[in-house]
Write a protein that binds this ligand. Structure first.
Ligand SMILES: Cc1cc2nc3c(=O)[nH]c(=O)nc-3n(C[C@H](O)[C@H](O)[C@H](O)COP(=O)(O)O)c2cc1C
Length: 400
């Protein structure tokens, strides 16, 4: 099957001089003929943009080499998809400077397309044209390189945790792992999430799966009290907890229970954030909105967890505007290599900014992803890069 792969990257000027680009182009064009690959390579002073077309396995094999090539950095995949036919029937590689290419496109928009292309292929053609136009318009090309960024602005490496404060056990002996969400602009902890853990530290799903409906309900009530009690002992200022949706939406006493517990441990309602997934809100639609309204009317904040993991998504935001959304790790992980993920997070961020909803990125584990998210405008982060979850203990984050 025929595929196309499009990516953009930043030229590593230490490893690739202007003169040696000609050499790279010549060798690549010859190698592509043997690999049955066709396509174009564009470059402006700082970036490459390449379209590769050919058999899938050959395209993927070449892309692996290109990813490791030190002559460029910040390689971002824009698309990899099956195509009906090639833009160019001629194998090899056509090379253009972006400005020159833009001028040629303006004078003859289809000059780089194979004239034999059938009208049915117009979707592929127009999509590809849009990607090319985005590049030739130089969107985002004035950003500093990630290396400059790292030298000048990296914050994750300047985060440290003070000595860990250990706690023996909570009143009902339920374990919690505490993990911070960091505000990298304010340089402080935004809130700390309490994650239920089994007696041997196992994740909540494994531990709770054996419980029936009533046991789960009791567990939820006790566990929220324990999470709040532990947070008080650990000097946690803002705490988030996760709920089994049935307990949250079907129990009449939950808001009062939470308020009383918060008061007992000298918290004000605003310090508590309830995390709930979009899937759970949708599944319990009728009861959910009433309960969420009640909690909010008392000042308890709401965060939508795992946002974008494949359920209600944006329609939920239109109907119900939470205080916070946490973008699911599946969209965050490896975002620095994916143009599609960058576009999605960019749109989520812009739309939430307009609605005054705070956006957090979950599962941030690499410097590269962190910098990419900072570029988009995200300020709040959770993930191993900023702090591992620690059982029944928490140590305050400080910025050096
Ligand atoms: C921006 C850029 C575009 C490249 N395009 C191609 C290409 O189209 N075809 C190709 O064979 N190599 C291309 N290369 C070079 C490959 O990364 C790699 O060096 C080459 O495939 C030789 O790998 P090998 O010595 O392991 O066979 C490109 C490199 C860069 C930096």
């Amino acid at each position: 099957m025929l595929y196309n792969l499009i990516y953009r990257s930043r030229i590593n000027k230490d490893a690739l001089s202007a003169e040696s680009i000609d050499d790279l182009v010549e060798k690549s064009a010859n190698a592509n003929i043997e690999r049955e690959i066709s396509g174009i390579l564009l470059h402006d002073d700082t970036h490459f943009f390449q379209i590769l077309e050919g058999p899938k396995e050959k395209i993927e094999h070449l892309y692996k080499k290109i990813l490791q090539d030190l002559r460029h950095t910040e390689v971002v995949l824009i698309t990899l998809e099956p195509i009906p036919t090639r833009l160019h029937s001629e194998l090899g590689m056509k090379f253009f400077k972006a400005g020159e290419f833009g001028r040629m496109v303006n004078s003859n928009p289809g000059f780089y397309l194979d004239e034999q292309l059938h009208a049915a292929d117009s979707t592929y053609r127009s999509r590809t044209k849009k990607f090319i136009t985005q590049f030739t318009n130089n969107k985002g090309s004035d950003k500093p390189s990630k290396q400059e960024y790292k030298n000048g602005r990296s914050l994750s490496s300047r985060i440290s945790r003070s000595e860990t404060l250990k706690i023996a056990s909570a009143p009902n002996k339920i374990n919690f792992a505490f993990q911070p969400v960091i505000d990298c602009i304010q340089k402080q902890t935004f809130f700390v999430e309490a994650l239920v853990r089994g007696p041997d530290g196992q994740p909540a799903d494994q531990y709770l799966c054996g419980m029936n409906k009533n046991e789960l309900h009791d567990f939820d009530l006790h566990s929220t009290s324990d999470a709040i009690a532990l947070a008080a002992q650990l000097n946690i200022h803002n705490l988030s907890i996760n709920f089994n949706p049935r307990t949250l939406f079907e129990s009449t006493e939950i808001t009062n229970h939470l308020e009383k517990t918060l008061e007992k441990y000298h918290f004000v309602n605003h310090q508590l954030i309830i995390e709930i997934t979009e899937k759970d809100i949708i599944r319990n639609y009728a009861g959910a909105f009433d309960t969420l309204a009640q909690l909010r009317s008392r000042g308890i904040r709401l965060a939508i967890d795992d946002f974008g993991a494949g359920y209600a998504g944006l329609s939920l935001l239109a109907e119900y505007q939470p205080d916070i959304i946490k973008i699911d790790r599946s969209i965050i992980s490896n975002i620095h290599h994916s143009g599609a993920k960058q576009s999605i997070v960019n749109s989520i961020f812009t739309c939430c900014e307009n609605m005054a909803i705070t956006v957090c990125a979950e599962g941030v584990e690499s410097e590269e992803d962190f910098h990419c998210l900072l570029d988009i405008g995200i300020k709040k982060f959770q993930g191993f890069l900023f702090g591992m979850p620690t059982i029944n203990s928490y140590s305050e984050i400080s910025f050096t």
